[in-house]
Design a protein around this ligand. Structure first.
Ligand code: LLP
Length: 419
């Protein structure tokens, strides 16, 4: 459920008409609904019914400060994958002891930064990383609390580019080698082994892969304890899918929570979750204006002012985003159209052969479910300034990230002496 709804044929974000925001800030822009964001966080948290669980929102899904702060106020922690994300989480007021640091390529500088902030857990993804972390922590006279992220080798049944838990993927340490690596970790200076972690992929719409992965890591926790390791945390990652409008609705957080409860019964661990998309995905939309309607011999193109640089998901993953008008025109004909951006790439297509009420130039369209991996994956390709992000709260709204100017776009450029 979200709070983007029609009133008398006009689309609103909570109590604010999107047409009014468009008039004030220009298009394209992202728009987030506070009520939706908060609701999704609470639904997830309440489904788990575990007050001791750490819900570490996956910052990569949307790292806008106002989004992070809204979630921080709900008690969210953060799952981060870079120094920049640590910095953003801290700036939003997320406590260091609620931050877990994932990622296959943590650099020395990022480890030093995380150690200096005393974060809650490093999810270590290789033997080499474990050794470097040990060296750095020892030299700083710190102890790094770690979990090994294990690769359980299950097929997550999602898009290949967002599958992470199969043995061919670069993520985690093979579950078969985990016991030996844990034994090794226990001997290393500057390392405190506290947990086990797993994350098998994103936009999972079937619970069975979660169940097999969780079963495997719980088994590992039991074996580790038999060997004398004090395992106190179990990080089950993120990955729960959301409805994008083209398929059956994925399982609800309640059903996911049942899988968790069954798998973790009797395991006395603090559970950690790293949800991203399920929290923020349907709390955001992208509003764009139709620039031209163009016909070729075989196609009808709706050319909009947002491009693949603003929302990369359709180009990267053939992702479906529902496209709806800001103002419903009952008289418009419904036809199959291609909705495309202005970027000079054939792949700059948001929807192909989509059945839509054909809009006119100047009409506003909305890409729904764009709150996760939308703004956070945007680029300035084609020298297109980054677009603004607006947050609505009831009847109020505010720009929470401003549109880049041409000057700001060039701010990092410098000319060498010879030019
Ligand atoms: N934890 C780890 C270690 C992750 O790698 C990810 C996502 C998450 C948590 C959060 O997963 P979520 O709950 O959002 O599914 N750009 C792609 C998605 C990439 C996901 C990367 N990792 C997309 O737009 O579909």
């Amino acid at each position: 459920m979200d709070h983007f709804t029609y009133k008398n044929g006009a689309l609103y974000a909570e109590d604010v008409a999107l047409a009014d925001i468009a008039k004030a800030v220009g298009t394209p822009f992202y728009c987030y609904s506070t009520a939706t964001l908060v609701r999704h966080f609470r639904v997830f948290k309440e489904a788990l019914a575990d007050n001791n669980a750490l819900i570490a929102y996956a910052v990569k899904a949307n790292d806008t400060l106002a989004v992070l702060k809204t979630l921080a106020q709900e008690g969210s922690g953060a799952d981060v994958v870079s120094g920049g994300e640590i910095h953003a989480a801290l700036a939003a007021g997320i406590a260091p002891r609620s931050i877990v640091f994932s990622g296959v390529g943590k650099t020395r500088a990022e480890m030093e930064y995380a150690l200096s902030q005393d974060i809650f857990q490093f999810n270590v993804e290789s033997e080499a990383e474990l050794h470097l972390l040990s060296t750095i922590a020892s030299s700083l006279k710190k102890t790094a609390p770690i979990a090994l992220r294990v690769n359980p080798d299950v097929i997550p049944q999602t898009h290949a580019k967002i599958s992470t838990g199969q043995k061919e993927s670069k993520f985690g340490v093979p579950i078969g080698e985990a016991l030996a690596l844990y034994a090794n970790a226990a001997q290393l200076p500057g390392i405190n082994v506290q947990g086990v972690s797993v994350h098998i992929g994103s936009q999972l719409t079937n619970l069975a892969p979660f169940a097999s992965a969780f079963g495997r890591v719980v088994e590992l926790v039991r074996e580790l304890r038999k060997n004398g390791s004090a395992i106190t945390t179990l990080d089950l990652g993120g990955g729960l899918g959301i409805p994008y409008g083209n398929t059956d609705a994925p399982p609800l957080p309640e059903a996911y929570a049942e899988i968790v409860k069954t798998a973790t019964k009797g395991v006395d661990c603090r559970l950690i979750f790293e949800p991203g998309r399920v929290i923020v995905g349907n709390a955001g939309i992208l509003v764009t204006e139709v620039i031209y309607v163009k016909h070729s011999e075989t196609r009808r193109f709706i050319i909009v002012d947002a491009g693949m640089n603003d929302l990369a998901r359709p180009t990267l993953y053939n992702a479906w985003h529902d496209i709806v008008p800001v103002k419903v025109d009952e008289n418009a004909k419904t036809e199959r159209v291609d909705v495309v951006g202005p970027v000079c790439e054939t792949g700059d297509i948001f929807a192909s052969d989509r059945l839509l009420r054909v809009p006119n130039a100047g009409d506003l369209l909305v890409f729904r479910s764009a709150g996760a991996y939308g703004a956070s994956m945007a680029s300035t390709y084609n020298a297109r300034p980054l677009i603004p992000e607006v947050m609505v709260n009831g009847g109020e709204y505010a720009v929470v990230r401003k549109r880049q100017t041409y000057e700001e776009l060039m701010q990092r450029d410098m000319l060498p002496d010879w030019l």
